[in-house]
Ligand binder design. Structure first.
Ligand SMILES: [Fe+2]
Length: 285
């Protein structure tokens, strides 16, 4: 039986939904490949939904709203029909509970652009059945890595696991003025700063040059990188990378190829790197 690949996508700003980019093209390509391989559904961890205390939740709202997004015409998202996968959500709750997580379903949660931006870009003609896994607001890298590890087996059942966060994502250090001046979120009248370039390279090195349990160790260690706090003023957009490392960091995943499929710099200092680890049809063991 094969194992599906796992994506770590950097969703960037809301404008990545409205404006064309090589990242958007790559998301579409990944979506097309997933559909061609008949995926049963998507299991996704984002960056914008976290739970207090020691809990984690899974979306079980049968009719979720979409939170509105800035700088994007409503026609780009309001009519896109979301497709919550309640059966798989319950399965995720069971798998996580079995591993000792304090986990429950949440039947009132509305979906946010970190998730639906990616779904619209990957699957513009229809949303596959999707389950969303929340973050835990303590932002423990090892905790989120273990969430991915607990759900890893779904890859063998043809589910597509995705983490959507950011490689370099510090809203406080983005340069917003060129976007406003030129009406262009990709406008860059100065180069990215050194810390952004440095951490972006560290993320690429970890993902492309390590695999299996080494990937898990290296990914969690990135939060101790000297430029981490410059690249991530808050930890929320890096937890999905830990989820991905858990989902594709078993001993069986050693040697899994990884690619940097696309990369889009936005607002000068935000690096939207798009990674895929593993390939369609990779074998167990
Ligand atoms: Fe975000």
């Amino acid at each position: 039986m094969g194992l599906t690949p796992v994506h770590f996508f950097s969703h960037g700003s809301t404008m990545m939904l409205g404006e064309e980019s090589s990242s958007a093209d790559y998301w579409r390509k990944c979506g097309d490949e997933a559909l061609a391989h008949g995926i049963r559904g998507v299991v996704i961890m984002g960056a914008h939904w976290d739970c207090y205390g020691d809990q984690i939740q899974v979306s079980t709202n049968p009719n979720p709203d979409k939170s509105p997004v800035a700088y994007v015409h409503p026609s780009k998202y309001v009519d896109y029909k979301l497709n919550p996968d309640l059966a798989t959500a319950r399965r995720c709750v069971d798998l996580l509970a079995k591993e000792g997580f304090n986990v429950s379903g949440n039947d009132t949660f509305g979906w946010i652009h970190d998730v639906y931006l990616i779904l619209i870009r990957m699957f513009p003609n229809g949303c596959p059945p999707t389950s969303i896994i929340s973050l835990n607001a303590r932002y423990d890298p090892h905790y989120h890595m273990k969430v991915g590890a607990a759900l890893r087996r779904l890859r063998a059942e043809n589910y597509l696991l995705i983490g959507t966060g950011g490689a370099v994502h510090n809203l406080y250090r983005n340069r917003w003025a060129p976007m406003l001046r030129f009406r262009d979120n990709f406008a860059m009248d100065t180069p990215p700063e050194g810390w952004a370039l440095g951490f972006r390279q560290a993320v690429e090195d970890v993902i492309l040059k390590s695999s299996g349990p080494r990937l898990r160790r290296a990914m969690t260690r990135l939060m101790k990188h000297p430029e981490y706090r410059d690249a991530h003023a808050t930890d929320d957009h890096f937890m999905a990378a830990m989820f991905v490392a858990g989902a594709v960091g078993d001993w069986e995943d050693e040697g899994s190829p990884a690619v940097l499929g696309a990369e889009t710099w936005e607002l000068t200092n935000m690096c939207n790197s798009q990674f895929t680890i593993g390939t369609w049809g990779s074998k167990l063991g």
